[in-house]
Every structure is written in C-alpha cells, then in structure tokens.
Design a protein around this ligand. Structure first.
Ligand SMILES: *[C@@H]1O[C@H](CO)[C@@H](O)[C@H](O)[C@H]1NC(C)=O
Ligand SMILES: *[C@@H]1O[C@H](CO)[C@@H](O)[C@H](O)[C@H]1NC(C)=O
Ligand SMILES: *[C@@H]1O[C@H](CO)[C@@H](O)[C@H](O)[C@H]1NC(C)=O
Ligand SMILES: *[C@@H]1O[C@H](CO)[C@@H](O)[C@H](O)[C@H]1NC(C)=O
Ligand SMILES: *[C@@H]1O[C@H](CO)[C@@H](O)[C@H](O)[C@H]1NC(C)=O
Ligand SMILES: *[C@@H]1O[C@H](CO)[C@@H](O)[C@H](O)[C@H]1NC(C)=O
Ligand SMILES: *[C@@H]1O[C@H](CO)[C@@H](O)[C@H](O)[C@H]1NC(C)=O
Length: 381
C-alpha cells in the first residue's frame, strides 16, 4: 500500500525517481522541514504543523513529532503570551493555532501551563468577537462585517469545540453556539440539489457579491468547501453525541460527502470552481488543495465510522491522482507540491473570472499540509 501503481507505471519527468521505501506523508513532512518554512502563529504554518504531526503519529516517528511540538512551543512565550498576536485584532484565522496548542497540552500530560493560558486568551477573544445579527462570528473585523465564510468555520470552531470539551464540557451554551455557526452557514450557502456550499454569505447583504435574498456568495470554491469538510470530520470527533446538535453536524457532513462524490472529476480530482456549469469550463482546473482536503475528509470519515465504505474508492482515486499530478520529485530526493491556488477571497467581486484569475504557487502549505494529513490517513488504511 505504498507507492501507487499508476505512479510506478508512469515515467515521471526528469527529476529523482519515486522512492518506493518511503511513505508520502513523512516524505512530504521531511521535505517541508528542509524547506525552512516560517514557524509562527499564522494559520498556514499551523496547517503544515498539523500535517507533520499527523504524519509523525501515523508512523510513530518521535523525531518528527518533537519537531512539531517544539515549533508550537516556540510561538508561545513562557508566560503564555502568543507571540505576534494582537488579542484585539479580530480575525478567525488566528484562532487556528488553538488546535495545536490544545493537542500538545493534552498529549504531553497537561502540564504546560503556558498552553492553557494561551488557549484561555484565544477563547476570551472569541467571547468578545464581533457577530452578525444572527450570532455568526464575522470572518474578520473591520474588514468583513457580518460575513461568514466556510474558511472561518475551520479556523475557529474546531478550537472552540476542543476548548469546550476540555475546560467547560457541561457548558451547553457553548455547545449550542458552536453548532449555530454551522447552522447559519448551512442555511445561507447550502445548495440542496448539488449538496455543495457557496464560499460564504453576508448577513447584511451589502457585499457586491451577496445574493439579495440569502446573502450568499455566487460560487462554490473548492478550498472553502475543503476547510468545511475537514472541520466537520474533526468537530464530530469532539462534539457530545447526546446533544441534539450532533445529529445536525453529522447530517451536514454526510450530505456534503454525497455532493463531493458526485462532483468528483473522472480524473479523481475536484475543480477549483465546483458549481454548474463551471466544471470543465475554460479557465477552470483541477486544484490540489481542495483535492487533498476532500481526500482527507473521506478517509478520516471512513476510518472513524462516520461515513460508509463507499467513500474509500473515490478517496484512493484522488490520492493516486495527487501522486501523479501534484507531487514533484526534486533531484535531491525531496518532494515538492504543485497546483495549489494561493488565495480565494470574498474581498473580490466573487465572480468566476476572479477565482480562475488567481495565481498558483509551488509548495503552498495550504495544499502540502493537508496532503500530509490525507497521506497519513491513507497510510493508516
Ligand atoms: C532540495 O531541493 C529543494 C528544491 O530545490 C529545496 O527546496 C530543498 O531545500 C532541498 N533540500 C535539501 C535537503 O537539500
Ligand atoms: C523519523 O523522521 C526522521 C526525520 O524526518 C527521519 O530521519 C527518521 O528516519 C524517521 N524515523 C523512522 C523510524 O521512520
Ligand atoms: C510575557 O513575556 C514576554 C517575553 O518575555 C513579554 O514581552 C510580555 O510582556 C510578557 N507578558 C506578560 C503579560 O507578562
Ligand atoms: C459558556 O459558554 C459561553 C459561550 O462560549 C461563554 O460566554 C460562557 O462564559 C461560558 N460559561 C462558563 C460558565 O464557562
Ligand atoms: C443548485 O445546484 C443545481 C445543480 O447543480 C443547479 O442547477 C442550481 O442552479 C443551483 N442553485 C443555485 C441557487 O446556485
Ligand atoms: C528513500 O527513502 C529512505 C527513507 O526515507 C531513505 O533512507 C533513502 O535514502 C531514500 N532513497 C532514495 C534513493 O532517495
Ligand atoms: C470581477 O473581477 C474580475 C477580476 O478579479 C474581473 O475580471 C471581472 O471583470 C469582474 N467582474 C465584474 C462584473 O466586475
């Protein structure tokens, strides 16, 4: 179950030969260590760190795991202050660090008080966070007033759930507030025919892209849906099964899985802009970060019993495509990662032309980090 047969059969261009003795999760993790990517509290650094951690855990590699642990430790001062973080700058992206803080706090015996202090600061910010009239966190203040994006659910609500599970497990207000964030984005952005969700919505309906009735953005952007699929599979591991919100979250996850399976291209990947009639349209392309995220969500969903086994085959097909199309074999034996779009933002006009005009980058951590996570799940199969 190591290197895919497709890959071995294809004569990959120029660079080093695929290494049949390596797992791609740890191989990509090692490659990223050699690239000296920034170690900071930015959400992209945190996603890379999560990828390295999950690769390490899938293979019980203590060297890689302690690298990830040290990286997280280095962004929090001894007194629990998160370096270069302004508690009065309200951006949901900055909440993502909390997932790593709580992971290492728990896994290392709950003795690092600085992690607890830092997690309390992040939660205190959430308690003050600007919200729209329905109770949804703004994606960022003052930049995106009243707007919720799928991306922001990933950035904040896994931490919010993990924090609540550890520190306030009986706080029903918090559990209800967490599921409310999902309920709102579902209500405003889900297409019940395709089962896919548009990128976000503006509750005040004034954004240039906002639908006058629902407030929804017009298009389904693969990475936003990818973040959302991932946060659903993660929050379902944490959310109390006896609360009514659990079954709603499970329904959101399984119905999105139906939509994603239907939207998968015959190559195994997913299109950057996923709503009809854009798959296959001029300028659209199979994008690597969304493909990695959907693969991860399917595989973890199957492994943890949330999804039935029919989703394994589409995930393996996507995994094979990633090895064939998005992995680049460098001459020095490391891997690079291709095909990830740098950004997709609702600070734009939200049009198809906007999304397809954004450049791609090599070794973008939003794709490479989530590929490590998907590959770690593949290795666990
Ligand atoms: C291998 O080559 C890649 C691409 O040039 C580079 O980014 C990386 O730092 C190199 N790694 C090592 C260990 O030399
Ligand atoms: C663990 O990872 C390190 C660094 O990436 C690597 O050098 C080492 O060979 C790995 N160990 C095992 C047992 O796989
Ligand atoms: C925490 O420690 C850092 C670095 O030593 C320092 O800059 C900061 O003022 C301290 N914060 C508090 C609240 O003590
Ligand atoms: C319960 O959760 C809510 C929402 O997160 C929070 O405002 C409140 O302070 C929490 N209450 C307690 C007792 O922890
Ligand atoms: C919902 O999805 C269907 C099937 O792809 C499509 O025909 C319809 O236009 C979509 N509705 C909206 C409001 O985007
Ligand atoms: C293949 O990977 C293994 C384990 O990471 C490493 O020890 C070996 O040097 C690699 N071989 C080549 C040809 O890159
Ligand atoms: C929306 O923005 C894109 C560039 O991001 C531009 O190509 C397109 O013409 C704009 N559309 C409208 C309707 O303004």
């Amino acid at each position: 179950m190591r290197v895919s047969s497709i890959l071995l059969a294809s004569a990959t261009a120029a660079a080093a030969a695929p290494n049949a003795t390596s797992f791609y999760s740890t191989w990509m993790a090692d490659s990223f260590l050699s690239k000296k990517h920034p170690i900071d509290n930015h959400y992209v650094s945190n996603v890379i760190n999560e990828g390295i951690r999950q690769a390490a855990l899938a293979h019980n590699n203590k060297t890689l795991l302690s690298w990830a642990s040290n990286a997280i430790s280095s962004v929090v001062d001894a007194n629990g202050t998160i370096k270069n973080w302004d508690p009065y700058y309200y951006s949901l992206d900055d909440q993502r660090l909390g997932v790593n803080l709580l992971y290492f706090w728990d896994a290392e015996g709950r003795k690092e008080e600085k992690y607890e202090t830092a997690a309390h600061s992040l939660k205190a910010q959430l308690d003050r966070f600007p919200r729209n009239a329905e109770g949804g966190f703004w994606h960022r203040s003052p930049t995106y007033p009243n707007q919720m994006w799928l991306d922001g659910i990933f950035m904040a609500d896994q931490f919010y759930a993990q924090y609540t599970a550890y520190f306030e497990p009986d706080n029903t207000t918090a559990w209800n507030d967490i599921v409310l964030q999902f309920d709102l984005i579902e209500k405003h952005t889900r297409n019940k025919t395709s089962n896919l969700l548009a990128h976000g919505y503006d509750s005040s309906k004034v954004a240039v892209w906002a639908d006058p009735v629902t407030g929804s953005a017009p298009h389904v952007w693969d990475r936003a849906v990818g973040w959302y699929f991932m946060v659903l599979v993660e929050v379902l591991q944490i959310y109390p099964k006896e609360l009514p919100g659990y079954n709603r979250l499970l329904g959101y996850f399984t119905s999105l899985a139906v939509g994603l399976k239907a939207a998968q291209d015959e190559s195994g990947g997913w299109w950057l802009v996923m709503d009809e009639p854009y798959p296959g349209a001029k300028g659209n392309y199979i994008e690597s970060s969304g493909t990695a995220m959907f693969t991860y969500g399917f595989l973890k969903g199957v492994r943890t019993g949330l999804l039935d086994k029919q989703y394994k085959d589409p995930a393996v097909k996507a995994y094979d495509l990633m090895l064939e199309k998005f992995i680049k074999y460098e001459k020095n034996g490391t891997l690079s990662w291709e095909g990830t779009v740098t950004v997709g933002s609702l600070n734009s006009n939200g049009s198809y032309e906007y999304y397809i005009g954004v450049p791609l980058a090599e070794n973008d951590g939003k794709g490479a980090g989530t590929f490590m996570m998907a590959a770690a799940e593949y290795d666990l199969l």
